[in-house]
Design a protein around this ligand. Sequence first.
Ligand code: SIN
Length: 512
Amino acid sequence: MIVDFLVIGSGIAGLSFALKAANLGSVCVITKKGEVDTATNLAQGGVAAVFDKDDSYEEHIRDTLEAGAGICDEGVVGMVVRDGPERVRELMKMGVEFMREKNGGLNLGREGGHSRRRVAHSFDLTGKEIERALVENIEKCSGVQILENHMCADLLISSESEGRRKCIGASVIDDQGELKPILAKITVLCTGGAGKVYLYTSNPDIATGDGVAVAYRVGAEVANMEFVQFHPTCLYHHKAKNFLISEAVRGEGGILLNEAKERFMKRYEPEKLELATRDKVARAIDREMKTSGADCVYLDISHKDGNFVRERFPNIYSKCLSLGLDITKEPIPVVPAAHYLCGGVKTDVWGRTTLKNLFALGETSCTGLHGANRLASNSLLEAIVYAERAYQYCKKNLVWKTEENLTPNLQKRTVKERIDEEILINHNWDVIRRTMWNYVGIVRKTSRLLVARERIDDVRKEIDEIIEKYQLTTNMLELRNISLVASLIIDAALQRKESRGLHYIKDFPEKL
Ligand code: SIN
């Protein structure tokens, strides 16, 4: 298959870009599972943008820079913040319904690190509402083909005469398990994050860092991989997998309590309390749990009016109730869990990576917006702003040459036997995720990072042998990807000899 645009991933970044790119040429979106199996679909919070008359771009910029702990790209922050409201209006034009005030204005939520209410949201189902609207638009758009159950195995690269390597599409495992090339003039990585590198995560199962891994393997630059954001409040319940309790609950007055029912954030962040930035809240919870030996802390919103809680958080309310927990009457047991990868494939202000014709958008990318710690609800914002930037770049700069050389340099894979023992794969998933959770978590130490590196290196050798020997499966590819991303996180963490933002390392507790 040959297309103009190959978009890998069907979350907010991928679908927003695909809808726009359809004005320029043929678009194929591939997605590993169903089109809505994305991190976007699970996003509860919303999109941060300046809408309140008392808010200002300067304040949103300042909050983003403060959360980013000194390593955001200030030009990028200003650009994203200023473009934000227009892109949110565009979502509304596409049919996204945000919660409104009685006067018709947007109801703006508050989250940690924001000095103002500025989060446009659809109650606690914002991502689902955005994904719904985008999918509906895509279904009406004849220029976009969506291939479900298709996974990118590797990017296809060709060298130009002057030596610069360019991406010409991807080698893809299709829904029959067959490997085939999809050639494209432009390839866009929008595969989301890598939460599955950790044992506990708020992310969906698809979050295996595929975009970062495939880009890195062909030589694209990646950056800031040490900055993994742990969301402070994921539901702690043996029957709940990956269920987030939105930061908006704290934004609406939820308080954190330890086992002794003490509001411990008073000791850590006496001014901002539960609305300090995520790195600080997650670290405080980690400390409380380690000191007391408790399995969780508690998030309590039961002091607020029950009708308000039910109306504002319908999803969280009903999920908890289904587990026997009435959040209008009792505190919610919560723990931090891996939530967002602030690093990723390095891009310029147009979403271009260091490889020609390869773009990266959304959580897969590292644009410079988030620095060492992403401000809450800046990620959906980044995705829509950069989808537009990448589209504008393609519109202005791409002249399709009919004779464009898209000949792939495909390595012939000999026919191999099918793996008969999935346990070989599943065991390694477990080793990686436990090692990362126990040794490369919220609080780090050089000696533990070195242990983790050794373990992950061993696992990577084993995975390479499996891949060499057996017929490729998506499970193997995901395992190879998370193991590579795990080692990129460890190496970056070892290189940063200071504590900054999300990277806290005991040996170097100060920010340089
Ligand atoms: C949340 O609702 O707490 C998540 C929002 C985000 O990660 O930006």
